[in-house]
Design a binder for this molecule. Structure first.
Ligand code: GDP
Ligand code: MN
Length: 381
């Protein structure tokens, strides 16, 4: 579960990490009144859970009321990488001389948490890790002891952080590690940790992802979850009870079982297509679930073609086939071509039942995916 920036900042602030004064706003009026309380200049920041908001126009600075209004008008309601911006964080703008990075995550290959510091903050840290890995200082942590003070100091020294701010950065890093541990986070990150001309450090951004399986013992954080769907389709998926992830391609994918859906995604990529989503309808694919799944993919305006990949187990292939027929016969015209591959229990019966006027049936997974990719390419041509 991903926290919004404003939520993560409140968690960080409560633990003593310096954060700018801020208020959440949903309209231009609220932005202006928040800015007046906080004092100009302010930063107006889209509250959607994607990175790189700055570059995408989701963060604007405002010096006065006119600019605050302009910033609100341009950010509220905008589409940011598939998310509609409904709220902004209005924040005391930080006058910075430097942008640092601090983060804590689980290093799976080491089997230990790792605390990281870099002077190259304010940019995508994954890119830094790829292009200049030495620019990130890392300390692996023994979770039974936590991050030792000497480790924090060593990381800060290795990262080349100025001595004047080393103590403050060190206490931010230590607090961030403690939070990561206490709150059952999978990641906790401050990028950028801004350094001001007066030599203060302040968390200008905040990322915190919580392990879903631990939410039962983090009731305060679990409560924050309900408003975590900002993408209309993800909200809909939540209502339908589907596991769904929106992606950027145009081949809509529906399957039963996470592994099967992942395989389908990989094959779409292999055959030169781009998946539009991950959608696992789970077991018992009755007509209603199929109708809902089709509603999901057809509601995604990027989708040009759809592939069903169903493995009959407890759910029998003939039932699924009936469900697909029923769902598709509701349409006067099928919005986008649908390819179906059935395997497993009663697959042959299922394939016979499928109505060839409504769907394209393929015997193998490879053929089905290839056909769906071709359909998408034809639509795009
Ligand atoms: P992200 O792009 O979604 O990670 O959003 P961030 O909160 O990290 O902001 C991206 C960039 O916007 C920062 O690295 C800064 O360059 C700029 N920015 C954000 N907040 C402020 C602020 O308060 N003052 C100034 N001057 N720049 C800011
Ligand atoms: Mn950031």
């Amino acid at each position: 579960m991903k926290l919004h920036e404003y939520q993560a900042k409140s968690v960080f602030a409560e633990a003593g990490i310096p954060t700018p004064g801020s208020e959440l706003a949903e309209s231009a009026e609220e932005v202006v009144s928040a800015a007046e309380t906080i004092g100009y200049p302010v930063a107006v920041k889209a509250q959607v859970q994607v990175g790189g908001r700055g570059k995408a126009g989701g963060i604007l600075l405002a010096e006065d009321e006119d600019e605050a209004r302009e910033a609100a008008d341009s950010i509220l309601g905008m589409d940011l990488k598939g998310y509609t911006v409904e709220r902004v964080l209005v924040e005391e703008a930080v006058d910075f001389t430097d942008e640092l990075y601090v983060g804590v995550t689980m290093d799976r290959s080491a089997g230990r948490p790792v605390a990281m510091v870099s002077r190259k903050g304010g940019v995508n840290i994954e890119e830094v890790a790829e292009e200049d890995p030495d620019a990130i200082a890392r300390e692996h942590v023994d979770p039974s002891f936590g991050l030792h003070p000497y480790q924090a100091r060593r990381a800060i020294y290795d990262a080349g952080i100025d001595r004047e701010i080393a103590g403050d950065v060190s206490s931010v890093l230590t607090t961030l590690y403690d939070l990561w541990d206490e709150k059952d986070a999978s990641d906790a990150e401050i990028n950028p940790l801004m350094v001001t001309g007066e030599g203060e450090v302040i968390a200008a951004d905040a990322v915190m992802n919580i392990d879903e399986d631990a939410l039962f013992r983090q009731p305060d954080l679990a409560e924050m979850e309900e408003d975590s769907y900002t993408d209309d389709l993800e909200r809909k998926a939540g209502e339908y009870g589907f596991d769904y992830v929106r992606l950027e391609g145009n081949v809509g994918i529906i399957g039963n079982g996470a592994g099967l859906v992942m395989t389908t995604l990989d094959l779409v990529d292999y055959y030169g297509g781009e998946p539009a989503n991950f959608l696992d309808v789970g077991g018992g694919a009755k007509a209603e679930r199929i109708t809902n799944a089709l509603d999901m993919v057809f509601s995604d305006e990027n989708v040009e073609s759809v592939v069903f990949n169903i493995f009959g187990g407890i759910t029998r292939g003939d039932e699924v086939a009936k469900g697909i027929n029923d769902a598709l016969s509701e349409f006067d015209e099928i919005p986008k071509p649908v390819v179906v591959r059935l395997a497993g229990t009663n697959a042959e019966e299922g394939m016979e039942i499928l109505n060839a006027d409504l769907v394209q049936v393929e015997e193998t997974l490879e053929e089905a995916v290839q056909r769906a990719v071709e359909n998408a390419q034809e639509a795009g041509a």
